[in-house]
Structures are given as C-alpha cells and as structure tokens.
Design a protein around this ligand. Structure first.
Ligand code: PGA
Length: 222
C-alpha cells in the first residue's frame, strides 16, 4: 500500500488563503506516496480541481453526516459529495468527539454511510476507547477501515508520541480490527516524519500542513 500523508486543515483558512496555498504547493510526491488534503467543506471543489491536475493527490472530508440525504439542516451527506472525487472521510476525530459530543455509535453510522457510498473511512482513535469504538462497528466493517491512532496528548501539543510506543498500538489495533492500514497523527512535522516510516502506513498532519512549503518539506522527508 502507498504511504498516506494527510493534511487536515480543520477549521482553518479562507478562500484566498487556500488559493495561495494551492499555488505554493509544489512537492515532489514519490510514486509510493499518496497525499490527501482534507479542507473545510466550502473549499472541496477548489482542492478537487488541483487534485485532478496532480498525480497521487486526493481529497478527504473531515466529517460526514450520519444520515443519508434528507431533511437534516446543516449536515453534509455522502450524496452532497457526489461528483467531487472525495476518496476518504476522516471520522471520529477527537475534536469531533470532544466539541461536538460525537459518540462511538455516531461514528459507526458515519462509517456505514461512507462505506455504502464508496468513500474510504479513516477512523480516528486513542487507546482508551479503541476497543469500545471497534465494538460499535459491525464486525464485517472493521477490516474495511483505515485506523488513525491519534493520542490526545500529542495532538497540537508539539509532543509527538515516540515511534516505539506507536508500534505497540499498531499491534493492538490489528488485533481488534484485522490487517488494516494504520496511520499515526499527533505533532508530526518535517523533523520527525521519517521516524514513522517503518512503523505505520502513513501520517495525519494538522499544524504542519497549514503552510504549503512546510507540508511539501514533510512529504519530501516522509
Ligand atoms: P497536529 O494535529 O498535527 O496539529 O498535532 C493532528 C490531528 O489532529 O490530526
């Protein structure tokens, strides 16, 4: 499998800033890498157009509605995304769980929506609820997920979890989910990204993806 490198912009950036980022973004993406950008919803089309021109660049959403299309004001359903070439959905990020009270069951509904509509779910987890989140998912869906191990204390803190520690969690994830791709997220930057190369199948990057040049450097060193 290709090494996945995901830029999660969270709720940062406006239209002008994203246009500038896309103009500045000129990394050397190696053939065995896939770079994925997860912009805020309003900018999906802008990034989709860039992704179409570039090799190995694809698009993710940061969340999904747990419901199909219908009367769910404010929610973005999988149907809304048709035609935008969205390949991945980041689901159950700790910030969704914390600030939007998302439960394991909510995440399970979103995984179901994604899988039923050809979007690959990336389920974010920390160790203390790994088993509970897995238990909320139908067994046959576990192996269809990509899992992102995102230790709470490492996110946005500058204190990345050491690769040796991550390695142990990868084993635990695979015991529960099966032979799924596992990513690591939490203060990954150009100075430490290479340390994870042999440990995980990719990285989920927040802060260090916000500047195009820093993110390009991270990709080159990954
Ligand atoms: P960070 O965020 O790289 O800023 O720590 C990672 C994440 O929240 O996915």
């Amino acid at each position: 499998m290709d090494q996945l490198i995901i830029a999660n912009w969270k709720s940062n950036k406006n239209f002008t800033e994203i246009e500038a980022w896309l103009n500045d973004f000129a990394p050397t993406i190696k053939t065995e890498q896939e770079v994925i950008i997860a912009p805020p919803y309003p900018f999906l089309k802008l990034v989709a157009d860039k992704a179409q021109q570039a090799t190995n660049l694809s698009l993710a959403v940061q969340d999904l509605s747990p419901f199909p299309a219908g009367s769910y004001t404010g929610a973005v359903s999988v149907q809304n995304l048709e035609g935008l070439q969205v390949k991945y959905a980041i689901l159950g990020h700790s910030e969704r769980r914390r600030y939007f009270a998302e439960t394991h069951q909510d995440v399970a509904k979103k995984v179901d929506q994604a899988l039923a509509n050809g979007i690959q779910p990336i389920v974010c987890l920390d160790t203390d609820y790994l088993a509970d989140q897995a238990a909320a998912l139908p067994e046959k869906q576990l192996e269809k997920c990509i899992v992102a191990y995102e230790p709470l204390a490492a996110i946005g803190s500058g204190h990345n979890t050491k690769p040796k520690e991550v390695e142990k969690v990868v084993e635990r994830v695979r015991i529960v989910f099966g032979q799924v791709p596992v990513l690591y997220g939490g203060s990954v930057d150009p100075s430490n990204v290479a340390d994870y190369r042999s440990v995980v199948d990719g990285v989920l990057v927040g802060g260090a993806s916000l500047k195009a040049k820093v993110f390009a450097q991270l990709i080159e060193r990954a």
